[in-house]
Design a protein around this ligand. Structure first.
Ligand SMILES: [Zn+2]
Length: 307
């Protein structure tokens, strides 16, 4: 069965490496087999430390997950200095931001003896054209492929399908088609798609022809997946799996039935879980919902019925 995991914001364990041990016991009890660390280096505000694992904690954090048998993946820092639109202004500065992230991912891959995926967002400069954002993202990916080769492999980059802001959105990766265009010429062994099911569903609200099933050419390139719910009234996202607003119970099974063997990562915001009550309870509930879904899918596939 596919591993289930969650995005590991330090917020969930009060930001201390010692608090992490207790949180990891919860994760194991919930059946976590994977995790996604949001890696950051450089100056970080308090707010940033809630979400990102800062460089001084990289090794100790990974060591604890690794000791518990939880496979680590990564998400590139969300800080402005890591935005790929910077590739056009100064590719060298942008590359220098990503070099330590890729090197750490390669170290995790060596320790775990399997590939580590790093999720990145494409360029989305709102003052630039779609073409410029696509070119910046392609430039980065081309450089990263060489860098991964230089590091001895073991790292894959997943470009995340993001929410589009309006019909004239110029973000390089804010639709199924755009993500496919971006990664089309990349080495499939090194670069693929992070299918964020909520973002995809949200974009579909504007598109009458949208269905939960992306084309096979899209599913073929999915190497990582994000699952979270949206509040049906406010459309705020990154909620625990509680509202059933997002049709993940159709999307996750069809991805697995397509042959996807990667992890399903719950991307749940602590304050949204807190708004419902005990955050740890709601995270545990979300693991249970996803586990039930994957168990049913697995059973259906084994018995030859369509998932
Ligand atoms: Zn996501």
């Amino acid at each position: 069965m596919n591993a289930i995991g969650s995005a590991s914001s330090p917020r969930w364990y009060r930001g201390s490496v010692s608090g992490l041990a207790a949180y990891l016991s919860n994760l194991r009890a919930w059946g976590a087999g994977a995790a996604e660390l949001v890696l950051h280096h450089g100056p970080a505000t308090e707010q940033f430390r809630f979400v990102h694992v800062i460089e001084q904690d990289w090794n100790a954090t990974f060591a604890q997950y690794h000791a518990r048998g939880i496979a680590c993946h990564a998400h590139a820092s969300l800080a402005p200095g890591f935005r790929l639109e910077g590739w056009h202004t100064d590719a060298q500065v942008c590359a220098a931001q990503y070099t330590p992230l890729l090197a750490f991912c390669a170290r995790m891959a060596q320790a775990e003896g399997r590939a580590v995926t790093m999720v990145a967002h494409g360029a989305g400069d709102t003052k630039a054209t779609l073409h410029a954002n696509q070119e910046a993202t392609r430039g980065f990916l081309h450089w990263a492929e060489g860098e991964i080769f230089r590091l001895g492999g073991g790292v894959r980059i997943a470009i995340e399908l993001l929410r589009a802001r309006g019909v004239s959105d110029v973000h390089a990766a804010s639709s199924r088609e755009k993500v496919m265009t971006i990664i089309h010429d990349c080495d499939p062994a090194l670069v693929g798609i992070c299918w964020d099911m909520e973002h995809d569903w949200f974009n579909g609200l504007r598109d009458p022809s949208w269905t939960p099933r992306p084309p096979d050419a899209f599913l073929d390139r999915v190497i990582h997946a994000h699952v979270h719910d949206a509040n049906g009234e406010t459309l705020a996202n990154h909620y625990p799996l509680v509202f059933n607003t997002v049709p993940y119970d159709g999307m996750a099974p069809l991805l697995v039935a397509h042959g996807y063997t990667g992890p399903l990562i719950l991307e749940i915001r602590y304050r949204h879980a807190l708004s419902l009550g005990n955050p740890q309870f709601w995270m545990g509930q979300s693991y249970a919902v996803l586990r039930r879904l994957l168990t049913d899918t697995d059973r259906a596939l084994r018995s030859g019925r369509p998932a």
